[in-house]
Design a protein around this ligand. Structure first.
Ligand SMILES: Cc1ncc(COP(=O)(O)O)c(C=O)c1O
Length: 395
């Protein structure tokens, strides 16, 4: 009998055994030391938070509907906000009505609800390589067998989708993937949806970064191509502020009742106060002017990182320049282990996220993720130069 079994009356559920601490949060602790240039974070730039608009909207909500805003509210979400989301998606070519919109406590909760409703222990879930670590964490307690679909720089290979046959769903990040940075082409989207349809393989499409494009908007969502076979997750975290914890699921009618029941069990509803404040901020087109300011800021920092990578990283390193979002994904020369290299990089004064954790199976140890949005361009340049030094020492 182990010491812990002797000293505690608690027995953990099997699902709790499958929960793991976020590698990224552990790394962030390391990088919060003063003087470290952290390219490890996954946070939006706080300079982009619309503080004044939030302040005014909060005052209006408290003036005009204080008791409604502070009361329990509908599990589906604040009706005008659901209408707004439905109209947003209709503008992107989706046939959707407000009854298909479920407001969630961040899109992270959307991932959990989808997992809860769709995954049985031992059932398969298919993902990209690499994929969003937070999704793997959200799905893990439901005990799926995670299957990785082979990918190239444009996303999963449609001709390889057979490995996912029979899976409960295929989890995809078409726009400016976290961590990969890439945006799926129009052709790849069409081919993937048609291959998934042919297999009867539903899609969970996660899109928190789609509005953060630098040159041209990304192609239409997968959900616009196969509405009844796709659950779409959206978020206000990257266009307004993540502290609001506001996201949404758009689901086929057939799934809505179960998602709603799972939502009720999880937290009754997403804070009505936050929903009303956000609706007050965005109702008259605020995002039309606000989002371009985020794009401009992030694009300048993307350019700074691109220039720094070109200037400092040796041949044998590889990256695809992201056309939106927040991340560069870098492949180091074969044989270099980015996890093992991290302490050296931190000792030199910079931090990144090693890529291995973003793979559900067969991690590529020579990969890492760099965020370009929270650090000023001059710091990006210094940080990447230090990364090159760490790499030199590791080779
Ligand atoms: C791909 C992806 N999905 C979902 C989330 C969760 O976002 P939120 O819960 O803030 O909406 C994130 C956060 O970084 C993300 O990168």
């Amino acid at each position: 009998m182990t010491h812990s079994a002797l000293s505690t009356p608690w027995q953990l559920a099997r699902r709790a055994e499958r929960m793991t601490p976020s590698v990224i949060r552990e790394i962030l602790k390391l990088t919060e030391q003063p003087g470290i240039i952290s390219l490890a974070g996954g946070l939006p730039s706080p300079d982009s938070f619309p503080v004044e608009a939030m302040r005014e909207a909060t005052a209006r909500v408290l003036r005009d509907a204080p008791r409604e805003a502070l009361q329990y509210a509908a599990s589906e979400g604040f009706a005008p906000l659901r209408e707004w989301v439905a109209a947003l998606m209709a503008a992107q070519g989706m046939t959707v009505d407000a009854s298909q919109v479920l407001i969630t406590t961040g899109s992270q909760q959307g991932l959990d609800l989808v997992g809860k409703v769709l995954i049985d222990a031992g059932s398969a879930v298919a993902v990209e390589a690499p994929t969003y670590l937070g999704a793997l964490q959200a799905f893990a307690p439901y005990e799926p067998e995670v299957v990785t679909v082979p990918c190239d720089d444009d996303g999963p290979l449609p001709e390889a989708l057979g490995v996912a046959k029979g899976a409960r769903f295929l989890y995809l990040l078409p726009n400016f993937q976290n961590p990969g940075g890439r945006c799926m082409s129009e052709g790849r989207r069409a081919a993937l949806v048609s291959a998934a349809r042919a297999l009867g393989l539903p899609i969970v499409e996660d899109n928190p970064y789609g509005d953060l494009w630098f040159d041209a908007p990304p192609p239409a969502p997968l959900a616009s191509r196969w509405a009844e076979g796709t659950v779409y997750l959206g978020s206000f975290s990257k266009v307004l502020a993540p502290g609001l914890r506001l996201g949404y699921i758009i689901a086929p009618h057939a799934l809505m009742p179960k998602l709603l029941q799972a939502k009720q069990a999880a937290d009754l509803h997403t804070p009505g106060f936050n929903q009303r404040v956000v609706f007050e901020v965005i109702r008259d087109g605020f995002l039309r002017d606000h989002v371009p300011t985020i794009r401009a800021r992030y694009k300048a920092r993307r350019d700074a990182m691109r220039a720094a990578l070109e200037a400092h990283l040796p041949t044998g390193c590889r990256w695809v320049v992201p056309s939106g979002g927040m991340f560069f994904w870098v492949e180091l020369p074969e044989g270099v282990d980015a996890t093992a290299m991290l302490p050296k990089a931190v000792a030199l004064g910079m931090a990144y996220v090693p890529g291995a954790a973003f793979f559900a199976t067969s991690p590529k140890h020579n990969t890492l993720r760099l965020s370009f949005v929270t650090v000023a361009p001059a710091e990006i340049e210094r940080g990447v130069a230090l990364l090159a030094q760490a790499l030199k020492a590791a080779q």
